[in-house]
Design a binder for this molecule. Structure first.
Ligand SMILES: [Fe+2]
Ligand SMILES: [Fe+2]
Length: 201
C-alpha cells in the first residue's frame, strides 16, 4: 500500500469516527423515538466503518495516522441549529461520500485489500441515504419549509469544500493523489446532486 493510501485510509477512518460521534450526540439528544433508534443504529455503522478502514492498515502492519485537519464542511458543523439541520448536513455529505468512494474504488493503482474494504463500506451507504431521504421527504410533505433552506446552505458549502479538495489532489506532487484527483474530475459532470430534489418541493 502506498503512502497516499495510508493517509487516505487514516483520513477516511477519522471522518467515519467524526460522523459516528455526531450521530451519537444527536441520538442522545433527540425527543423522537424513531430518530433515537435510527441514529443509534447509524452511529454504530459509522463507528464500524472507522474500524474497517483501520483493519486494512493493521493487517499490513501499517500505521493508522493521527489526523487533525478538518475540512470546511466538518468545521461548520458547529453551526447546526437542530436535528433536522443535522440530518440534512449528514445526507448532503453522504451523497458525496458515495460518489467519491465509487470513483476511488475504480482507480487502477488501488491496493486490492483497500479496494475490498471500500466496496463493503460503499454497499452500506445506500441504507443510510435511504432512511434519511425518506424521513426528510415526509417532513417536507407535512409542510416543513426549513429543509429546503438547509439543503441549499449545506449543498453549497459541501460543493465548495469538495472542489477545493479536488484541486488539492490534482496539484499534489504525489502520483496517487493526482490519479485520484483526475479520476474525480472526469466523473464530476455525472454527479447528480440528488439533494436538489428537496429544493423543488
Ligand atoms: Fe460510513
Ligand atoms: Fe454512512
Amino acid at each position: 500500500m502506498k503512502q497516499a493510501e495510508i493517509i487516505l485510509a487514516s483520513r477516511y477512518s477519522a471522518t467515519e469516527l467524526s460522523g459516528a460521534l455526531l450521530l451519537g450526540k444527536y441520538a442522545r439528544a433527540t425527543k423522537e423515538e424513531y430518530l433515537r433508534k435510527q441514529l443509534t443504529w447509524q452511529c454504530s455503522e459509522e463507528a464500524h466503518h472507522a474500524l474497517m478502514w483501520t483493519k486494512v492498515l493493521r493487517d499490513k502492519n501499517l500505521p493508522l495516522l493521527e489526523i487533525h485537519e478538518k475540512n470546511e464542511y466538518f468545521s461548520s458543523a458547529t453551526e447546526l441549529k437542530n436535528e433536522i439541520e443535522f440530518l440534512v448536513f449528514g445526507h448532503v455529505f453522504e451523497l458525496r461520500a458515495d460518489f467519491h468512494l465509487k470513483v476511488h474504488v475504480g482507480i487502477p493503482s488501488i491496493d486490492p485489500d483497500f479496494k475490498k474494504i471500500m466496496e463493503q463500506i460503499v454497499a452500506d451507504e445506500d441504507k443510510h441515504l435511504d432512511w434519511i431521504s425518506t424521513y426528510l421527504e415526509k417532513l417536507q410533505k407535512a409542510g416543513n419549509t426549513e429543509i429546503a433552506n438547509y439543503i441549499q446552505k449545506w449543498g453549497d458549502i459541501e460543493n465548495k469544500t469538495y472542489m477545493e479538495f479536488i484541486k488539492k489532489l490534482i496539484s499534489s506532487d504525489d502520483e496517487y493523489f493526482q490519479e485520484l484527483g483526475k479520476a474525480i474530475e472526469e466523473n464530476i459532470p455525472s454527479y447528480e446532486f440528488k439533494w436538489k430534489r428537496f429544493l423543488q418541493a
